[in-house]
Design a protein around this ligand. Structure first.
Ligand code: ZN
Length: 249
């Protein structure tokens, strides 16, 4: 049954290559991670800067309006104050002073609002300045990182390409369906897709297998999967020509 021994040996080779392939694929996935985070931070900062600029514009406009209103109110106040000089009755006097008091109250409120907005403007201006510096520095960092990521990716992809070619070479002589299943097992079962049976026990999951089942595996007529862990099984004995390998992950 040399043919099956050959298949087992090839599957073990395939497993080693698959592990390298998966690791490379994972790294390729990981490499741009920090760059993506930086870019999203950059976008967030840019949006905040735009928002702040818009606020500056709005607040400046509101302050302008407030000043105009205060000016108009002051003119009214002046007008009433002039009228006071010409009034004849106590009643008229009271009406005018009450009017003036109301205007003064409005002016005070508007001035307070103006002051609040001015304080806000100072605060936002400082933020804008800070964000501008941060954006500039982030832009430079991203440019450097982008170059680094590009180079790393190229290198890793080249490495992966080599593994894929090697994988295809090994897989060439094997059944497609078996390879498909085997790859899934290697991926999902901690990198171990083919294991031996020793003393009627699956070395992958430690399940005790029925003697008849073990005999089937031993006969090496076909590829048999462990009913419990789905790994491909081969029978181990001292004279086995399949070298035992410790799997390195
Ligand atoms: Zn098993």
């Amino acid at each position: 049954m040399g043919k099956m021994k050959d298949v087992f040996s090839k599957l073990k080779q395939l497993q080693d290559i698959l592990l390298k392939q998966f690791a490379a694929e994972e790294e390729i996935e990981e490499i741009p991670h920090d760059l993506k985070k930086m870019k999203s931070k950059y976008e967030k900062l840019k949006r905040s800067l735009e928002e702040n600029n818009k606020n500056i514009e709005n607040y400046t406009k509101t302050i302008e309006e407030l000043r105009k209103n205060i000016e108009a109110l002051n003119a009214d106040k002046q007008k009433y104050e002039n009228q006071i000089l010409q009034i004849k009755t106590q009643k008229e006097y009271e009406a005018l002073t009450s009017e003036i008091a109301q205007i003064e109250e409005k002016i005070t409120m508007m001035k307070e609002e103006e002051e609040d907005l001015n304080n806000e403007l100072v605060k936002i201006s400082k933020e804008i300045e800070k964000e501008g510096v941060e954006l500039q520095s982030l832009e430079e960092t991203i440019a450097v990182k982008e170059k680094e990521v590009k180079e790393l990716l190229e290198k890793k992809k080249e490495e992966l390409d080599g593994y894929l070619k090697e994988r295809d070479k090994i897989a060439a002589g094997l059944d497609e369906e078996v390879i498909y299943k085997f790859e899934k097992i290697v991926k999902n079962k901690d990198g171990l897709g083919i294991v031996s049976i020793r003393n009627n026990v699956c070395m992958g999951c430690n399940m005790i297998l029925p003697p008849q089942f073990v005999n089937d595996v031993r006969r090496e007529d076909s590829i048999i999967f462990c009913p419990n862990c789905s790994r491909i099984l081969y029978y181990y004995d001292e004279e086995s020509r399949v070298p035992e390998q410790s799997v390195t992950i």
